[in-house]
Design a protein around this ligand. Structure first.
Ligand code: OAD
Ligand code: ZN
Length: 255
């Protein structure tokens, strides 16, 4: 399938001229790598109450269950490879003067694809930390149903759960980047979860061009300058090709 970005030429010209890009991604960009999204058919929340699995209370109630769920997801992520959408964003980072990428994903696929300036707002599913908050380095925790920190407390996945605040410094950096960009590109997020969903709004209010890539409409769509419907692994390379910002072959594509 060949995707035609369908950008009006004046908008495409403004995108070609832009020097500062801020990208916000969500689970949709990893969908074609085989990592399930959270919402929608087949999403991770289907059949689960998020607060049972992804909250401090849920962890206190049944830490072994929470660890089983995260280990299952880790397995999927470990077997997944970055897709053409991730690789297009590597190409973008290498072509434009200033690039910053904030992601709500915990899968590490942007870093593995080769992006450098990545703000992983929701943490990393591959790391663990002390549930009591001590700063001891987490040891290898795969052996026990509920791994323990050296201080005796349980270890938890190093991700942001419902009811928790994002790491202040990362959110601050992302807010600054959103406020200073010329283009804000939003890819594969349902834009329901704040504060991440507020970043494109902040960019828009500061005068940035807002471009959304998603399979469907989101609450952000009405305020976007362009909404590109389709799978990110197809739309992103085509968009960048149309802007002359794609280095061929895509980095890491092995051809
Ligand atoms: P969601 O699962 O809420 O939304 C995924 C979005 O990606 C939807 O809007 C889909 O339409 C879109 N999508 C699916 N496949 C796509 C594809 N191939 N190409 C482009 N778009 C596609 O995921 P997020 O918005 O990332 O937080 O969810 C935000 C946060 O909610 C997550 O980080 C997680 C969850 O609770 C925490 O765990 C703290
Ligand atoms: Zn500890």
């Amino acid at each position: 399938m060949k995707y035609e970005p369908g950008l009006p030429e004046p908008l495409a010209a403004r995108l070609r001229a832009a020097r500062r890009w801020f990208v916000l991604t969500g689970a949709g960009i990893s969908a074609e790598s085989g990592v399930p999204t959270f919402r929608g058919a087949g999403g991770l929340w289907e059949g689960f109450r998020p607060e049972e699995l992804a909250s401090a209370d849920g962890f206190r109630r049944d830490p072994a269950r929470v660890w089983r769920w995260y280990r299952w997801r880790r397995g999927i992520v470990a077997r997944a490879e970055p897709n053409a959408g991730h690789r297009a964003l590597v190409s973008l980072e290498r072509q434009v003067e200033h690039f910053s990428l904030a992601t709500q994903n915990v899968d590490g696929l942007h870093e593995r694809a080769g992006n450098c300036n990545v703000l992983a707002l929701h943490g990393s599913i591959m790391r663990a930390r002390c549930f009591a908050g001590c700063l001891a380095a987490a040891q290898d925790e795969e052996a026990q149903p509920v791994p323990r920190c050296i201080c005796g407390s349980p270890l938890r996945p190093d991700v942001v759960w419902f009811g928790e605040t994002l790491p202040g410094e990362l959110l601050e950096q992302a807010t600054v980047e959103a406020g200073h960009c010329e283009v804000c590109l939003v890819v594969g997020t349902s834009a329901f979860v704040h504060p991440a969903a507020g970043l494109p709004i902040a960019a828009r209010l500061a005068g940035a061009i807002l471009v959304e890539v998603n399979l469907e409409e989101t609450p952000l769509s009405p305020v976007c300058d362009a909404v590109l419907h389709g799978p990110a692994a197809i739309v992103l390379p085509d968009l960048l090709r149309c802007l002359g910002l794609l280095r061929e072959p895509l980095p890491g594509s092995g051809v």
